[in-house]
Every structure is written in C-alpha cells, then in structure tokens.
Ligand binder design. Sequence first.
Ligand code: SAM
Length: 494
Amino acid sequence: MPDRPARPPHRGPRQRSRTAPGQRTRRAEPTRFAAYTLLRAVADGAYANLEMPRMIRQRRLEPRDAAFATELAFGTIRWQGLYDAVIAVAADRPVDRIDPEVLDVLRLGVHQLLGMRVPPHAAADQTVGLARTVVGQGASGLVNAVLRRVGERDLEGWTEAVAPEGGGAAALAVRHSHPEWVVSALRAALLGHGRATPETVDAELAALLAADNEPPRVHVVARPGLATVDELLHDADAERSATSPIGAVLRSGDPGRIAAVRDGRAAVQDEGSQHLALALAAVDVPDGLPARWLDLCAGPGGKAGVLGALALRAGAALTAVEVSPHRADLVRSSLAALSQKASAAGHPVDVRTADGRELGAEEPGAYARVLVDAPCTGLGALRRRPEARWRRQPSDLATLGPLQRALLASALDAVAPGGVVAYATCSPHVAETRFVVSDVLKRRDDVEVLDARPFLRDASGAPLADLGDGPHVQLWPHVHGTDAMFLALLRRRP
Ligand SMILES: C[S@@+](CC[C@H](N)C(=O)[O-])C[C@H]1O[C@@H](n2cnc3c(N)ncnc32)[C@H](O)[C@@H]1O
C-alpha cells in the first residue's frame, strides 16, 4: 500500500454539493492563495522552509490557517512527482504542456483531493476559485474538468494506475514521489553504509522514502550554558527529546514564540545536528592544545551555536568561517547571545567571511577541534526541505566533490596534532561521505580514524542505538528520527 501524506484535520469551507464548482467560489480563499503564492515563489528559486514563515507573518494567518496552508503547500511540493503523473493522465497531456501557473493550481487541488481530508466538493470549489483569481476565467474550465477526473479514484487507485510495474527505482520514484536518481542514490547509500544488505535493502529503502514524505516535528535545542531543556518545556508545548540530551520536541505552536529562541539562547535544530556538535566536543584531546575551536562552514550558524556554547564551557574560543557574506551575517545574528557571553568571559567569538579552503594554509595547527559541515546535496534532509529533491541534480555532485575534499584537507591542516576534525554532511550519498573521507586520507599519513559511535549519546546518557559497524556514523530518518546526517571523526596524530 502506498504511504499517504499526513492528514491534518479538515479545515475548509462547508460542503455545498448542488451547484457546479465552477459557478460557486468567485475569489481565492486566503490559505489556498498563500499556498499557491509559495509554490510560485519556490518555482522562482525560494526555499519553502524560509519563505513560508515569512508569508504567514506578512498575511497574519491564524495558527490553524497557517498549519493548513503549510501542509497544503509543503505536501503538494513533496508529492509533486506522483501528482504530475496523475495530472498527465487526467488532463490527457504531458504536464510540460500545461502552463506552470495552472499546473501549480492543479497540484494544489490534487493534494487536497488525494492527500488531505478536504471533501471533494470543497477541494474542487476552492481550487477553481483560486484558478479564476490567479490565472483567469479561461483556465477554470480545465481545472474543473481535471479535478473531476482525479476525484474518480483515491490515492491508492491513482498510484496503482500511474506507477510503473515492479519494485525498481522507476516504480518507487513515482510511488514515493522522488526523482529516480535520488531513489538509486539512497539505495546505494543504505548498502554502502552497511545499513542494508541486498536482501533487506528494498524494505529499508521503502521505509526511508516514506520517512522523507512525513512532515517532521519541530526540534529545538537548548544551547548549553545559555538555556536549559527545562526552560523550553516550561515555555512551550513541548516534550523532552528522547535522543538528544540538549533537545526538546514541540507538540504544537510556533517556536518563534519561545523566549529563549527569540533571544538566541535556543534554536530550531534537528536532533542529528545536535548530536554532531556534541560528539565533536566529547572527544578527549591532549592537554596543551590551543584553546580555539573552529567551524569551517558555519552558515547559517546552527551547529556553531551549540559548538560555541560547548567551547565556552571548556574555556575555548570559537572561530566561525562562512564564504557567503549573507550567510556569515546569519551566523553573526545566530551567535549574538553567545558572543556577548563569550566576550564577557574573555573568549570572543570570531565570525569571518572567508573561504574555508584557505584557512588550513593560513593558520596551520591552530585549533583543537574543527567541524567541517560541508556543503552537500542535502539528500538527508528532504523531509525538511520539500523542494530540494526536485531542485538537486546528479551533476551537483561533480561540483561539490572537489569542494568537500578541499575543505576537509584544509580542516586537517588547521587542527593541531592530537586535535580532532569532524567531517559531516546532511546527505548519506556515498560520494559525499565515505568516498570523501577515504580519498582525503589516502593522501595523508598523519590522520587516525576514530570510532565515532561512542560519542553519540541519548538523553539518558546511553550510547545511541542502531549505529551499525562504525567507525563512521550514518543517521537515518526512518531509524533514528533525525535527518540523515553523516559523521566521521578524525584525529591528527600527535
Ligand atoms: C551544510 S551548510 C552548513 C550548515 C551549518 N553548519 C549549520 O549547522 O547551520 C554548508 C555551508 O558552507 C558554506 N560554504 C560553501 N563553500 C564554502 C567555503 N569554501 N568556505 C566556507 N564555507 C563554505 C555554504 O555557504 C553553507 O553555508
């Protein structure tokens, strides 16, 4: 049975069945209009997870309407691959022969019909009203006709009708709405990291693809020494994270309303990212190393926020490097509260707009701990970034590979003998993870690979379960509930 998009409670106009949909709604309803506007912004290059909160604030949507608009937009984007196959059949033409604006309206209508609990008449009525507002009367007839045909089957019926036969990558791509190359890459990653065997890989892959389509819960980190998990639990409708000692998970509500988040003492952050920063800080290093820690790829500053807080606790100063000036500004703003406290303690945070590839040559052996959270395809965070799967291309790997290798090499030069480098990605792709580490290490004889697994601890302090055979760690959404983060810990030999 195909997995289904999440079904939030119905929030739509009351069902009116007698009138033809095309003659009813004359104007776009605000939540549908917001979702449509988001889809158009994403088509123009916006990031859905950044644009949506801005739009919700601008349009002053009530929490219930904001939740509906978000599910409508994000669900539509995630399921776009499957829905386009459905629309092509229902419209009797390839989707590239439908105007992009009309296609987005249709996708929104299909998600309401097949993926949400919106009654069919309300879905059709509201979508036709949206079409009339945003593309004009002419398109509303087509939208009405296509949605009528889509309404003739449910999600399962359509999936069976449009998915290629068999369980290969092409079939999984349609069933789980991922590009085929991503399905193949994730399959190779499950095998390459030892998570699956040829016998178990089909079931693992289906579970992973299904997890990518689940709207993730909001995780919040209490930056150590600046906020506590108890404070988050007191201020928000949240529960303690089961897997991260410094995390909470929101049950409901807007994280922006939590005082510690507004002050930069806490932040929205996936539990996997929390683990990486904690792991790097937990490795023993010899006495006498420089009291300086480095984040070589810091923007927008999530992990630097935890790492800097842990550095301050250890009496060390953090340098955060980011090549993009805009993202370096985001780091400064993310670290403002920490910077104030660190300066008062005599360990000022240094945020630099610079190319991390050059830092190893400029400051050899200057740091005790270095994090390389490398730019990557982000294939491990597809549930959080709904459009990423459609935007990324296999050719991105060719550009990212040399950059990832150069950044790791620079980090190994920047760390002092005895010190430790964490190489991390939010992608499980073997070309961005294991291959990068093994390639860089082939050219050096001064690096020891550490078993990273013992440094990942759950909220009770016990070793995190299901970390495989090591020495590197690969987390998985369908196993650990985190993004698919990769971590290698490397010590420069003393
Ligand atoms: C995966 S993101 C880092 C996320 C960050 N660690 C966090 O937790 O918020 C990678 C970052 O590396 C930056 N980057 C890309 N090339 C770089 C370079 N040559 N030197 C430094 N930063 C670079 C990107 O702009 C991007 O902000």
